[in-house]
Design a binder for this molecule. Structure first.
Ligand code: PRP
Ligand code: URA
Length: 209
């Protein structure tokens, strides 16, 4: 079974609380999403491989560690996953970016696919799937299914808020992937929204409601 990491760092918790607040306006929400994704990305990239290279400081030649690089893909789930892309790219500017388009059918809550474009060498890359919300888990499972169908083997899922139901569904469907979460919430309501959650992440990010 993959590991589930809940990032309880005070800076992350503070920013997530601001994002939950219904009075936080769209621009601030978007800025916070970028900041949290950088803080989470910092932790989630902890095991990236390093190469030892020789460099010269103003004092002497020395061996120093640098990212081996060239092997990361970031895959946001549209739409709301887009809010995490800029922060991750600031950390890993050479990452390639794929996109998976899914929305939840409002009645069945089942994911409906409308887009999938991934780097052709996705099978060679460490893949970070990004989506702020893990509710029923249906969207995350479908996205990871697509990415695996294209050959990816090393996948991790990064989200802001997860419901216990979604964590269970994703871990059981894809026991090989690690899940990074900023907050584990209480339950889903009758509309499959996370409680207390932050509402509809796409609407909060893009001001569509
Ligand atoms: C939201 C969210 C996830 C999904 C989570 O997207 O960004 O992708 O719901 O729910 P689940 O775990 O029950 O599948 P939504 O369907 O609202 O689409 P949007 O990002 O286009 O608004
Ligand atoms: N999608 C969201 O955007 N929010 C939820 O609480 C659940 C699914």
């Amino acid at each position: 079974m993959g590991k589930v990491y809940v990032f309880d760092h005070p800076l992350i918790q503070h920013k997530v609380s601001m994002m939950r607040d219904v009075n936080t306006p769209v621009k601030e929400f978007r800025d916070l999403a970028r900041e949290v994704s950088m803080l989470m990305g910092f932790e989630a990239t902890r095991d990236l491989p390093l190469n030892e290279v020789e460099i010269e400081t103003p004092i002497c030649k020395t061996k120093a560690n640098m990212l081996a690089g060239g092997d990361i893909a970031i895959v946001p789930i549209l739409r709301a996953g887009l809010g995490f892309v800029d922060g991750m790219l600031e950390l890993v500017p050479t990452a390639k970016v794929g996109h998976v388009g899914l929305y939840r059918d409002p009645d069945t809550h089942e994911p409906v696919e409308y887009y999938c474009k991934l780097p052709t060498d996705i099978d060679q890359r460490k893949v970070f799937v990004l989506d702020p919300m893990l509710a029923t888990g249906g969207s995350a499972v479908a996205a990871v299914d697509f990415i695996k169908q294209r050959g990816a083997k090393d996948i991790r899922f990064m989200c802001l808020i997860a419901a216990p139901e979604g964590i269970k569904v994703l871990s059981e469907a894809h026991p090989d992937i690690d899940i990074y979460i900023a907050a584990k919430d209480d339950h889903l309501n009758e509309h499959a929204y996370i409680v207390p959650g932050l509402g509809d992440a796409g609407d909060r990010l893009f001001g569509t409601k």
